[in-house]
Design a binder for this molecule. Structure first.
Ligand SMILES: [Zn+2]
Length: 237
């Protein structure tokens, strides 16, 4: 498989680079590779269903915690694009799991949609983490069919209800989407507010939305509000 060969080659190159240009593991800060073997092992996918409040199916590959959380934050907030390949594997597995469970309802053409990029976040990072992960996972290129109507206030300090309120009506389709079917991709789901708004906007445009596949999620309703709020603060758009 082409993906396996190029992946192995890249691994070898990364190891070689690490010898002359020491880097710290994005999961535990140990010197060495972008991700040490111990942390890499923590990224083994174990997909679980994490439906939204309205029942829309969402599959996540990993629980958003410890090494997973640090590696994703490395990619999103510290420019650690060198972990994208490792994180792409569980994302791909979430997509596969979603399609498997969707069965015949996923037959036919299904396009990938991602949340519209927040301009301030894009300027700060220089890349869109979800698009980068999709490319690294060898998935079809996600389409850009949504815009942010206004750059919303930072979600970091908001609670679940406030996050949802802050997002409602914040996105819109850029064109009519009648007759098109989408699976939404995202990196992390905490409260589900962003995903819900993406799905609402796609449906507003006339699209059919099968659901979403995400890299990591906080297990639904298993966290106290204070824990969820703490984790929510990690995520900026
Ligand atoms: Zn590590």
């Amino acid at each position: 498989m082409v993906f396996t060969i190029s992946h192995s080659l890249r691994e070898a190159v990364l190891d070689a680079i690490a010898v002359v240009l020491p880097i710290a593991c994005a999961g535990c800060d140990d010197d060495g590779r972008a991700l040490c073997s111990g942390c890499r092992g923590q990224l083994q996918p174990h997909p679980f269903a994490r439906p939204l409040d309205d029942g829309t199916p969402v599959w996540a590959a990993l629980a958003y915690d410890s090494v997973v959380r640090r590696a994703i934050l490395g990619l999103k907030e510290k420019g650690r694009t060198d972990v994208a390949r490792a994180l792409a594997v569980p994302l791909r597995s979430a997509v596969s799991c979603f399609m498997l469970h969707a069965g015949s309802s996923a037959a036919g053409t299904v396009e990938l949609a991602i949340p519209p990029v927040n301009r301030a976040s894009f300027r700060r990072r220089g890349y869109d983490p979800v698009r980068l992960l999709a490319r690294a996972a060898g998935l079809p290129q996600p389409v850009s069919v949504l815009i942010n109507l206004h750059e919303r206030a930072s979600q970091k300090t908001l609670g679940r209800a406030q996050r949802a309120l802050n997002l409602v009506g914040s996105m819109a389709p850029t064109r009519p989407l009648h007759g098109r079917r989408f699976l939404v991709l995202d990196d992390v789901v905490t409260t589900g507010a962003t995903l819900a708004e993406v799905i609402r906007s796609l449906r507003d445009g006339g699209a059919e939305v099968l659901g979403a596949a995400v890299l990591a999620a906080t297990p639904r309703r298993s966290l106290g509000l204070s824990s969820e709020l703490k984790i929510s603060r990690d995520i900026d758009a």
